[in-house]
Design a protein around this ligand. Structure first.
Ligand SMILES: COc1ccc([C@@H]2N[C@@H](C)[C@@H](O)[C@H]2O)cc1
Length: 448
């Protein structure tokens, strides 16, 4: 088989401390904010039926209207410290913030284009204020950057002519310069979240993406970059021609969650999710269903139970404040996380057979498995079937460690935990302290 020059340079998960920290986050926040927020998905009383941050591409957007809108961007109530405090209270441990979306507007004073916050009424370095405020609250910051840039005349969807290639060479250099200034101006950044990399122009630039990623990681050791950035020399994205993930984690779980552990193929991964059905930037009208706090908590538990993180998106209004629904969700999720975050932070896939009552998570490097219970059966009997060679030594509610719960043994490898009769109005956590024992697993048998 062909030897890849620009495919993955590592097989399997990263083993360094920065990635171990990323792996243990559990819950994160995404923030989409920019010129598109001014429109909120609406123009002259008509609602755009796509994602609000894509409104520039709407057929009903008259030429020039979007590109001059930045002259109105003046968020009078923007306060990054308030944003960071809301995030801290929610319990998120990392945030991904839009520095430049597909529209090309830069929320930092880039030296390489005039289409930036410096030439808007706002003038503040928004990126700096967000990076500083979240870092101060102890929340790690990742910077979202769209490669596709609708405002830059050198952007190309494909490379068909010599002129295309000459323009796109300029564009690639522009991209490298902007990424360099982001890492140099905001060195607290832990990683870059790339988007807008699906077009042929980028897929034909595999060698460049490889060189650029290596350059960025040399410039900023430990930098974390997901699988949405690279292309190999055959134009494959996420996974190279030999089937190996190109990136420090699988970045394809956008508005979808893996069903089983097999779906994650042993990679690190996170899921980025909207509160409404679709749409990342502020939308004046949320169409269809938007997720309740319990749905969001269940998605968080589901992701952590499959070895990933869950990242929830917020779309601030043009004035810099959040919608009341988003503030409420952050508050309610935070109240739950305050009590139950032991089952979310620094946890991983437990490898136990999933049961109907909810999700297992395992504390990394500890003999502790958590049951995050969403569905109490009418019998109040929760079935527990540990993985092979694992026994439950003790069980108790996370909120009542002194009251051991009894396990009624069923057959040789399963038990029932009988729940105390109570009104269970919130998802809750049971702690299982485990020890080795019981039937050996195949690999344990092989070792002896
Ligand atoms: C072609 O489908 C999409 C869908 C969403 C996106 C962008 N990724 C999300 C994280 C948002 O930034 C959205 O605009 C891009 C292309």
């Amino acid at each position: 088989p062909k030897v890849l020059q620009h495919g993955a340079h590592r097989v399997g998960k990263r083993t360094d401390v920065e990635m171990a920290t990323w792996r243990g986050y559990g819950m994160g926040q995404f923030i989409h904010w920019g010129v598109y927020s001014l429109f909120g998905g609406e123009l002259n009383g008509n609602y755009y039926n796509g994602a609000a941050e894509w409104i520039r591409s709407w057929k009903d957007m008259p030429n020039g209207v979007y590109d001059s809108a930045y002259k109105q961007f003046n968020p009078s109530s923007f306060d990054a410290t308030q944003w960071a405090k809301m995030a801290k209270q929610m319990g998120v441990r990392y945030v991904t913030f839009t520095t430049k979306h597909h529209d090309g507007f830069c929320l930092w004073p880039s030296k390489y284009t005039d289409y930036t916050i410096a030439n808007s009424p706002c003038k503040k370095d928004i990126v700096k204020q967000v990076v500083d405020a979240y870092t101060k609250e102890g929340i790690d910051v990742y910077l979202y950057f769209s490669i596709m840039d609708w405002h830059n005349p050198d952007w190309r969807y494909d490379l068909k002519t010599k002129e295309d290639s000459v323009a796109f060479e300029r564009f690639k250099l522009f991209t490298k310069k902007q990424l360099t200034e982001l890492l140099q101006q905001y060195p607290q950044t832990k990683g870059l979240w790339f988007d807008g990399t699906w077009d042929n122009s980028w897929k034909k630039s595999g060698a460049f993406t490889d060189t650029l990623e290596q350059y960025l990681k040399t410039l900023h050791p430990g930098l974390i970059i997901g699988s949405r950035f690279r292309a190999d020399e055959f134009g494959n994205r996420h996974v190279d021609a030999t089937g190996v993930l190109m990136g420090d984690y699988e970045q394809g779980w956008e508005r979808k969650i893996p069903k089983t552990y097999a779906d994650v193929h042993g990679n690190d991964w996170d899921c980025v999710m909207t509160i409404p059905e679709n749409g990342w930037g502020y939308q004046k009208k949320w169409l269809g269903h938007w997720k309740t706090t319990n749905e969001i908590l269940e998605m968080t538990a589901q992701c952590v139970s499959l070895g990933g993180n869950f990242v929830l998106n917020f779309g601030p209004k043009p004035d810099g404040t959040f919608r009341p629904e988003e503030v409420e969700i952050a508050k309610e999720a935070g109240e739950w996380m305050k009590i139950n975050n032991a089952a979310i932070y620094n946890c991983e896939y437990a490898g136990w057979e999933k049961q109907d009552w909810g999700y297992y998570t395992k504390k990394t490097n500890e003999n502790k498995v958590y049951m995050i219970v969403f569905n109490v059966p009418v019998s109040r009997s929760l079935k527990v079937k540990p993985s092979k060679n694992t026994l439950v030594d003790k069980a108790y509610l996370l909120t009542a460690p002194g009251k051991t719960l009894s396990l009624e043994k069923l057959d040789y490898d399963a038990s029932f935990i009988q729940l105390p009769s109570a009104q269970y109005k919130q998802p809750f956590v049971i702690v299982l302290e485990t020890k080795e024992g019981g039937e050996k697993s195949d690999e344990q048998k092989a070792k002896t």
